[in-house]
Design a protein around this ligand. Structure first.
Ligand SMILES: CC(C)(COP(=O)(O)OP(=O)(O)OC[C@H]1O[C@@H](n2cnc3c(N)ncnc32)[C@H](O)[C@@H]1OP(=O)(O)O)[C@@H](O)C(=O)NCCC(=O)NCCS
Length: 190
């Protein structure tokens, strides 16, 4: 199928948000208790910010569209000027990439990522980063084939929190005495 990659317009946003919301189930962490539906709800709300974001020159939202019937096939959201927290360097960052499942493995994802790279290069950014859920094997393999390399690992540990302390938001003030005294072993005796 022939398709075009073009800049998204405001009237494309509903489809972009719907697809990104549906596809977020592939990025749900197996280590968290949150349900796929809750993640989708959060994602949908979070993506409302796109309406304002796409007015910014450093934000690229590109969509793939079938040439014949203009069917929406996927999108990529890339933001330039994103600060990398470990180095302070400014770089490009892929905030979302999704293609419609019945068109997977036909090169659309790659074409959208090519466009994201071209956008960063045109703005003078020499790095393009992204986060991908480790359990999302398909996406990890996909990015590796495109030349992305694992740079850092984000790790998580589940903590044993008593029921009565769960879901405290905003966090309550905790007195140091409440969490016990920390005993630090003395360094070598003088
Ligand atoms: C990840 C995703 C965007 C890939 O889109 P796509 O349109 O299927 O990608 P492409 O067809 O362009 O595939 C590109 C490469 O991945 C390879 N690939 C395709 N299917 C694959 C599979 N099942 N496993 C591993 N690699 C695969 C292709 O062979 C191709 O490599 P090549 O050109 O060197 O042969 C798509 O699967 C998707 O929307 N997933 C759900 C959302 C998601 O996980 N997004 C990423 C979140 S970080």
């Amino acid at each position: 199928m022939r398709y075009v990659i073009r800049r998204a317009r405001p009237d494309d946003l509903d489809k972009v948000i719907q697809l990104a919301t549906d596809m977020v189930v592939h990025s749900v962490s197996p280590f968290r208790d949150i349900s796929a539906d809750q993640v989708k709800e959060f994602r949908r709300k979070d993506l409302q910010a796109l309406a304002e974001a796409i007015k910014q020159p450093h934000v690229g939202l590109f969509i793939a569209e079938a040439e014949n019937d203009r069917r929406f096939l996927g999108h990529v959201v890339v933001v330039c000027g994103y600060m990398e927290s470990s180095t302070g360097e400014s770089q490009g960052w892929v905030f979302d990439l999704s293609t419609v499942p019945d068109m997977w493995s036909q090169g659309i994802g790659r074409a959208l990522m090519d466009q994201a790279e071209a956008f960063c290069i045109a703005l003078g950014y020499k790095y393009l980063g992204l986060g991908v859920t480790t359990a999302n094997d398909r996406a990890v393999t996909f990015y590796e084939r495109l030349g992305f390399m694992e740079e850092r690992k984000r790790m998580i540990k589940r903590l044993d929190v008593p029921e009565e302390l769960l879901n405290v938001d905003p966090p309550r003030a905790v007195d140091a005495g409440e969490i016990g005294q920390t005993v630090v072993a003395p360094s070598e005796a003088p």
